[in-house]
Design a protein around this ligand. Structure first.
Ligand SMILES: [Zn+2]
Length: 253
């Protein structure tokens, strides 16, 4: 039976305008970072996003020290927030992961790609090309010769229960995931195409690289979710996080 585990992978301290400009500007928040482990019918394991590197546990400034983002984005990770710890709680070793879908290659979504050498990684070609050698997408976490990337061009049905939906705007070639579950029904894993519910409620997209395309992508996701009566999981929503069933105790089937 297909099953989805939401893995809590730490948080990132930033101003509210990073996720929803014009709503609570200047307000400091801790946005949650997540990965999603999906166990497919045939027992193969898919991970959607790999979170922030476990190296931030001992050195929060590791990625952004000396850059303009240094004080704008401060990772906060406890030892139990590492991908390895969360997988181990589910009795999964990193080499057991068969496939990884990176919604995109920012440091909080691809930070542990280096641990998953046995997997095939699915990334949109446009995202891969934008991110390569680009310091906004710290390459040390994902651009490694030992990792095998399969580059996608647009929409794709990867597995019976799993569709890839291109959602550009947050970056070039951002992608989201629609998953069918036997009991819960459909789930849309937005990634950073939608940071939080406030983006919809306040029509607030200026935190995105290309606000107009981001808005179009988010509206498309909303209509897919409406059609499928799907639950949407936003990329970094503080309020929504409190309502989700989190691994290891909770899951969606
Ligand atoms: Zn993010």
């Amino acid at each position: 039976m297909t099953e989805l585990f939401v893995l809590p992978l730490g948080d990132c301290c930033c101003n509210y305008e990073v996720v929803a400009p014009g709503v609570r500007d200047g307000h400091r928040i801790h946005i949650p970072v997540s990965g999603y482990l999906i166990k497919l019918d045939d027992d193969s394991l898919v991970l959607v996003d790999t979170g922030m590197s476990r190296l931030h546990i001992s050195d929060p400034e590791l990625t952004w020290r000396g850059t303009p983002a240094e004080n704008a984005l401060i990772p906060t990770m406890r030892p139990e927030d590492s991908l390895l710890f969360r997988l181990a709680q589910l009795e999964v070793a990193p080499q057991d992961i068969d496939y990884v879908v990176n919604t995109h290659l920012h440091f909080d979504h691809a930070g542990n790609n280096d641990l998953l050498g046995a997997a095939t990684f699915f990334v949109q070609r446009e995202q891969y090309e934008q991110a390569k050698d680009n310091p906004s997408f710290p390459n040390q976490y994902w651009n490694l010769p030992v990792l095998s990337y399969e580059l996608l061009d647009g929409r794709a049905r990867l597995f019976d229960a799993l569709d890839i939906l291109p959602t550009p705007g947050h970056c070039e070639g951002h992608q989201s995931v629609a998953l069918d579950l036997p009991e819960t029904g459909s789930v849309v894993i937005c990634g950073d195409a939608v940071y939080c519910q406030d983006n919809y409620e306040h029509d607030a997209w200026d935190g995105q690289a290309d606000p107009e395309r981001a808005r179009e992508s988010a509206l498309m996701l909303q209509s897919v979710a409406d059609e499928r009566e799907a639950m949407m999981i936003y990329g970094h929503d503080v309020e929504q996080r409190r309502t989700l069933r989190l691994a290891p105790s909770g899951s969606y089937r």
